[in-house]
Design a protein around this ligand. Structure first.
Ligand code: MLT
Length: 408
């Protein structure tokens, strides 16, 4: 008899964004004349930067000629891309990261979800609440949790990120082995200072733990004092892995390109306590289960680092930040407390009511889609997340409708 992985039965219904998409589709079916504005999932709306498109086309043409055609590429990614990432995203910021510590992939979601495979199943995992659901769900699938009750899985150390904690997790009061951090944060839009991040690095070093640092929204940082990478923090090379993405940075959500940084000095331990480099494990996993990102996509990603590409990406992130500023200003003017939206494309709004009810009210009355905070965890109850990823005119229209609905 073939048996299933019963850990999957512990998972809650469907994935949050699939659940929302289903509700929105049902609403649209029942109300075909309504123009729904989507500020839910963080999916970009503006086209790829011109520099990326040019490089993409050129690389596609190369694939059409025998002399320049390429088959399988290196699993870790082409050197032309990894070298630019290492120099621009890390070395120029004083972070000691080499090109061969970078693994190019088809998405930060996949990497965030897959990385836990290289760690034992009986480790203790610390996860913020609210949280990007992928961190939690993939650990449930792997069997690192007990069952779900009262909004939480048994066996997980939840780190509350609330108004009281400044939307930053506090150091756990117990030993943990694997720590998920995401800054600028999804969903709250909160940020972390270098000093606060240093405390986490010190904790991880003292506890022989590893921090999985998701920096997918790094491009939105405007406050010059904030760290762009955990590797700007002394000692992080031994205890951290970082995830980055071209999705929000350069509009690659439909094109797919991201990367993960695993320093060669980052160590995890055997049961007998012997240190082993995580880089070798992840390299082995990558080589076994992944055949690389397509050559044209990597050329398009490389173009992000050209002078024109950098300027065009900056213009893109400025555009979404302008949307975020508008959302934050409008909701604040309506008397709602807002977090994020300043170094982040997400505005976390204290709705002061059940977050699914707030979601339904905005969908039904304003025809605007947001994300209910509760979908990100128990501490998200009462909040909604509004995404700045849409056209400015659509965001303006959405805000006018929300104003009318919430004032009415
Ligand atoms: C989000 O809306 O949280 C993100 O778009 C989801 C993702 O990047 O996978």
């Amino acid at each position: 008899m073939i048996k299933i992985n019963e850990n999957y039965l512990k998972l809650q219904a469907s994935y949050l964004f699939s659940d929302i998409a289903k509700r929105v589709a049902a609403f649209q079916k029942a109300n075909p004349g309504k123009d729904v504005i989507k500020l839910g999932i963080g999916d970009v709306t503006r086209p790829l930067p011109a520099a990326c498109i040019k490089a993409f086309h050129k690389a596609v043409d190369e694939m059409a000629e025998t002399a320049t055609f390429r088959g399988y590429g290196p699993e870790q990614g082409y050197d032309f891309l990894r070298e630019k990432i290492a120099r621009h995203d890390f070395q120029e910021r004083g972070a000691d990261i080499a090109a061969d510590e970078i693994f190019v992939s088809d998405g930060a979601k996949c990497d965030n979800g897959n990385i836990q495979e290289v760690f034992a199943t009986d480790i203790t995992v610390a996860i913020p609440d609210p949280v990007y659901p992928v961190y939690l769900d993939t650990n449930v699938m792997a069997g690192r949790t007990g069952s779900f009750a009262d909004g939480r899985y048994a066996g997980v150390v939840y780190m509350d990120c609330t108004r009281e904690t400044g939307f930053i997790p506090s150091l756990p009061g117990q030993h943990v082995d694997l720590i998920y951090l995401c800054f600028p944060n999804n969903p709250t839009g909160g940020t972390i200072t270098k000093l606060q991040l240093k405390q986490w690095v010190d904790y991880a070093r003292e506890n022989k733990a590893i921090i999985l640092f998701d920096a997918a929204y790094e491009v939105f940082i405007r406050d010059a004092s904030l760290p762009h990478s955990i590797f700007e923090i002394e000692g992080a090379r031994e205890v951290a892995i970082e995830f980055r993405s071209f999705s929000k940075m350069a509009g690659f959500t439909g094109t797919r390109c991201a990367y993960t940084v695993v320093p060669k000095s980052c160590r995890a331990y055997t049961t007998a306590g012997e240190p082993r480099p995580v880089h070798a494990l992840w390299h082995r996993r990558h080589a076994t289960k992944f055949n690389g990102v397509s050559y044209p996509v990597q050329r398009a990603a490389e173009a992000v680092y050209s002078t024109e590409g950098l300027a065009q990406c900056r213009e893109l992130s400025d555009y979404y930040l302008r949307n975020a500023a508008l959302i934050r200003a409008e909701l604040s003017a309506l008397g709602y407390e807002c977090i994020g939206g300043e170094n982040s494309p997400y505005v976390w709004v204290n709705g002061r009511m059940d977050s699914w009810k707030f979601f339904d009210r905005l969908l039904e009355k304003a025809n605007v889609v947001c994300t209910p905070g509760e979908g990100f965890g128990r501490c998200g109850a009462g909040y909604i997340r509004i995404s700045a990823f849409n056209h400015y005119e659509k965001v303006q229209a959405a805000m006018a409708r929300i104003r009318k609905t919430l004032k009415g």
